[in-house]
Design a protein around this ligand. Structure first.
Ligand code: HEC
Ligand code: HEC
Length: 326
């Protein structure tokens, strides 16, 4: 018996040493990302215009990095808070406040180089090379055209500096270890389509839609389930809301929604009078107002064409579970 305890004890020590070694290894070896590129982005008028458009629409930068008004339908951003950060995107993983991306030198990106911002957006590490949580969707942004990324950086440099110190993120175990292994150098960037192929144009801009509207496991979208919906979003009032099936399935998706209906659903959310969550019976994380205010008709229409070109997936989604009614 004594011997058994001894063996067990030794085994335990070995397991412990492995675990501790693994922990120290993960801490020390990750993230593995190269030095920031040495670039100086010329803020040409074309870049500023394109960057402003993307950051305020399909790249969702300003949507996540500003204060959102939870008392209005689709939680529009609060004017004057553009880029100041602070809203929590941690969900199950812990506390992950969005960073201050204004040019404030002390609390924002004022002292970052263009290359450091570029590396953060595409590889997922901060100025010091420390990992960013993937709630900052860098793995999606590195599918964009480099020129579009330069435009976004040129534009966020023009945001009014706001002093707003963001607290450190606080991740739970084991995601605190897993997240640090995800940042990586980017080997290939995307290419902005020429605008002639509407489906490609919609696909290029619609990666954010795909991200929220596709069932995934450990961050990877389930093959064959693209746009089938069902991702859960806990709302501040305790309600659970799920993303809709926006595949062209006629029964459970948006196969019966015409382009006119699709565009009108967005356009209706420009008008403040239509943003009362009580009148609608629910609120939503889907940025109806944010996209509708900025998107060109051409881009929104291309996204519709792209969605309709996808495989219909039959998947009935229960949109809302009201608080207390589980
Ligand atoms: C879905 C929400 C979301 C979107 C969209 C998003 N971000 Fe972020 N971003 C975050 C969060 C959350 C963090 C903090 C991550 C952390 O601290 O680990 C962050 C961190 C950053 C950082 C690091 C700053 C620092 O001080 O470490 C930069 C730079 C940044 N984002 C820029 C952008 C730009 C530019 C865009 C658009 C191309 C963008 N973000 C889109 C949520 C988002
Ligand atoms: C932050 C996650 C999120 C993102 C990003 C997002 N959606 Fe949604 N979307 C939702 C949720 C949740 C719902 C269900 C609640 C509602 O109707 O607002 C929804 C609903 C919809 C509906 C309504 C479908 C119906 O049957 O009524 C459409 C259409 C839609 N989204 C299209 C899009 C498009 C196009 C994009 C990209 C431009 C997009 N969504 C981006 C979360 C998201």
């Amino acid at each position: 018996m004594k011997k058994l305890f001894k063996i067990l004890g030794i085994l335990l020590i070995i397991v412990f040493l492995f675990a501790a070694g693994g922990y120290i290894y993960l801490q020390a070896a990750f993230p593995k990302v190269s030095a920031a590129p040495d670039i100086k982005i010329e803020p040409t008028p074309e870049r500023l215009e394109r960057g402003k458009y993307l950051a305020n629409s399909y790249a969702f930068c300003i949507d996540c990095h500003s204060s959102r008004d939870i008392n209005k339908f689709s939680m529009p951003i609060v004017p004057g808070t553009e880029g100041k950060g602070g809203d929590d995107y941690g969900e199950g993983a812990g506390f992950v406040p969005a960073s201050n991306i204004t040019g404030d030198k002390e609390t924002g990106l004022g002292n970052w180089t263009d290359g450091e911002i570029f590396r953060a957006i595409t590889s997922g590490v901060n100025k010091e090379g420390k990992f960013l949580a993937p709630m900052m969707p860098y793995a999606l942004f590195n599918k964009m055209d480099k020129e579009d990324l330069y435009s976004i950086i040129a534009y966020i440099r023009t945001l009014t500096p706001i002093k707003n110190k963001i607290p450190e993120k606080d991740l739970k175990f084991p995601v605190n270890l897993i997240f640090r292994t995800i940042p990586a150098d980017v080997t290939e960037y995307g290419k902005r389509p020429d605008g002639l192929d509407k489906i490609k144009q919609g696909e290029y801009l619609g990666y954010g839609c795909k991200f929220c509207h596709s069932p995934s496991e450990k961050g990877d979208i389930l093959p064959g389930k693209e746009f089938a919906g069902g991702m859960e979003f806990p709302m501040p009032d305790g309600t659970i809301i799920r993303s809709s099936n926006i595949s062209p399935d006629k029964e459970t998706g948006i196969g019966n929604m015409t382009k006119e209906m699709f565009m009108a659903k967005f356009k209706a959310c420009i008008n403040e009078a239509n943003l009362d969550p009580k009148a609608r019976g629910y609120n939503t994380p889907m940025a109806w107002n944010f996209i509708a205010k900025t998107s060109t008709d051409d881009d929104l229409s291309a996204i519709y064409d792209y969605l309709m070109s996808q495989k219909p997936v039959n998947n009935k989604v229960e949109k809302i579970t009201l608080k207390g009614l589980k």
